[in-house]
Design a binder for this molecule. Structure first.
Ligand code: SF4
Length: 308
């Protein structure tokens, strides 16, 4: 017996304690025991795992009864799950297919379809005189040598539309002359077309100073002219050479890279967008993309593209 327990009458203490319990109505002492399986099933999961792993008699950690399972509502009808596969190991929710970048194009008729050749010639001449007299773009008119209207047959199947005259065009009064014009001629020949078969025009009828890119206000100033010109010519196809022509005709700010490779619509004409010959002179690696675009157009025109 240790010093701390010397002199203690444990029997007397026990008898006194039992007498106190009897007076308090306590008839037996609780005995620690392992909980029954049914009791464990009522515990929260974490406590249940603890009891299973350790054999501990520790009861539930909270005094709240374990939540009873509520009757769940009937499942809503849903799409069948995607079956698993080596590439897709877990069943996943089906993904709706992406919409195409652009749906089928919708053509709308030209306004005046009754113009004969003489009517077209007169209408073009009147429009040309209006262009010559135009002074809407203050930054341009003071430095232009002349306006550059456009050239080609009265009933072209194909209209080619560029950006604006450069120095050579400003001098000659004709669109697509100079180095870019020479490359355009080569593209036309390779595509089975001749320059005199197509109508060639620009978005702007005057040369911006220093060949700078036309600003939006200048494009809008010139819009009535190029839109009237297209309405008189009523082509089946339009090629927009470069982003300025594409922006003017399609009213879209997308890059050529995003617009090329498919047809768009302008009134009753199918529109093809590709790189401007000036850009191709600076970026020869883009030539094969323009050639792909031209082959797409050739198939539309019934011309068999060369296989080489
Ligand atoms: S670019 Fe067009 S709108 Fe501007 S001055 Fe020349 S013709 Fe007129």
């Amino acid at each position: 017996m240790s010093r701390e327990t010397e002199g203690i009458d444990w029997t007397t203490i026990a008898e006194q304690l039992l007498g106190h319990w009897k007076r308090s109505g306590i008839t037996h002492l609780p005995i620690a025991r392992h909980p029954l399986p049914d009791e464990i099933a009522q515990w929260p999961v974490a406590d249940r795992n603890s009891a299973d792993a350790t054999g501990s008699s520790k009861g539930p950690s909270t005094l709240q009864p374990a939540p009873t399972k509520q009757a769940s509502p009937p499942p809503k009808p849903s799409s069948p799950p995607v079956p698993s596969s080596p590439e897709n190991p877990l069943p996943t929710k089906p993904i709706a297919p992406l919409p195409p970048m652009e749906g089928p194009i919708t053509l709308t008729p030209w306004v005046n379809t009754s113009l004969d050749d003489n009517g077209r010639a007169v209408a073009l001449q009147g429009l040309h005189e209006e262009v010559k007299a135009c002074r809407k773009c203050a930054d341009i008119v003071c430095r232009r040598m002349q306006t550059v209207f456009g050239i080609g047959p009265l009933r072209p199947k194909l209209v080619m539309m560029g950006e604006a005259p450069g120095a050579d065009e400003d001098r000659a009064g004709e669109p697509f002359v100079g180095a870019a014009g020479q490359l355009l001629d080569k593209i036309l020949v390779a595509s089975g077309l001749a320059r005199n078969q197509v109508y060639i025009m620009n978005t702007l009828k005057c040369r911006p100073p220093g060949n700078r890119t036309p600003v939006d206000a200048e494009i809008e100033n010139c819009r009535p002219f190029f839109e009237s010109q297209l309405e008189i010519l009523q082509p089946e196809y339009i090629i927009c050479w470069g982003s300025i022509a594409a922006r003017a005709v399609l009213r879209r700010n997308d890059s050529v890279g995003r617009l090329r490779g498919r047809f768009h619509a302008y009134k009753n004409a199918k529109v093809l967008v590709t790189y401007h010959p000036s850009y191709l002179l600076r970026t020869p690696e883009a030539k094969h993309q323009t050639w792909d675009d031209m082959k797409m157009l050739m198939r539309e025109l019934g011309i068999t593209p060369p296989t080489r």
